[in-house]
Write a protein that binds this ligand. Structure first.
Ligand code: SAM
Length: 246
């Protein structure tokens, strides 16, 4: 039995009920090679985009942070180092393979933080709990983005902040070169390094289907957030959206 409603999975139209299973296949498949592929595909730029996010987050000792779709744990690790023993940083993801890699990486660095397998669209946390909620390169993969943003709003304390780091709309003159890179080089690299060109083709397609800077700002505001700010990074390849729950 399907919902009868359709959504996109990359450039394909699929039933809403099918999307999360297809996204799960992608991340189960790439989990072990996810970090090396991130460095290769972005020539290390993803580290700068995340470093910018960590700087803007300005996590202090004692801060409560929820990292959603946290995968292999880059942001959670940086936040845990800053929040210290008096803070609380959760690494969460819907995908057990990604979460296992993330948890092991954190343990290897001597960081023991709470980890939860959960869907951003239905968070197992109480209302008004976190000071900061982050989601990096995760929102794009969610079936009901508005539902997930509403959940993020719910679990934040009044005064708490949301940060969404995500691929966005590149500056138009660079688009042809970016398209050639995304649709030719990325799947080729994915096939060679991760043995999975299709997942990296999905990555390129899902970026094109994701709301651009203005559309995402509107969605974040519609979920209740105020003081929404947008930072374009690398000519809009990526954008950081920030919003506050007042
Ligand atoms: C591209 S990875 C990003 C991982 C990490 N945040 C980073 O920046 O490196 C996207 C992650 O989103 C997760 N994800 C997809 N849909 C989700 C959902 N509905 N709820 C929670 N996580 C989800 C995937 O399992 C995957 O680990």
């Amino acid at each position: 039995m399907t919902s009868g409603k359709s959504t996109h999975f990359g450039f394909r139209s699929v039933d809403e009920d099918e999307k999360s299973g297809k996204v799960a296949e992608v991340f189960h498949s790439v989990a072990q090679k996810y970090d090396v592929m991130n460095d290769l595909m972005s020539a290390g730029l993803h580290r700068l985009w995340k470093a910018f996010t960590v700087t803007r987050a300005a996590v202090r000792p004692g801060t409560k942070v929820l990292d959603i779709a946290g995968g292999t744990g880059d942001l959670a690790r940086a936040f845990a180092q800053r929040a210290g023993a008096g803070g609380e940083v959760w690494l969460t993801d819907i995908n057990a393979s990604m979460l296992a890699v993330g948890r092991d990486r954190l343990l290897d660095r001597g960081l023991i933080i709470p980890v939860a397998l959960c869907d951003a669209e239905s968070l197992p946390f109480r209302n008004d709990y976190f000071d900061l909620v982050t989601v990096a390169f995760g929102l794009r993969n969610m079936t009901h983005k508005e539902r997930a943003l509403t959940e993020m709003f719910r679990v934040l304390k009044p005064g708490g902040r949301l940060m969404v780091l995500e691929f966005s709309r590149i500056w138009e003159p660079l688009r042809p070169a970016y398209d050639a890179y995304s649709f030719k080089v990325l799947p080729w690299l994915g096939e060679r390094i991760a043995g999975d060109g299709a997942s990296y083709r999905y990555l390129a397609e899902s970026i094109r289907m994701h709301p651009d800077q203005d559309a995402l700002r509107t969605m974040i505001e519609a979920s209740g957030f105020e003081r929404v700010r947008v930072f374009n990074l690398t000519a809009g390849v990526v954008a950081l959206h920030e919003g506050t729950k007042l």
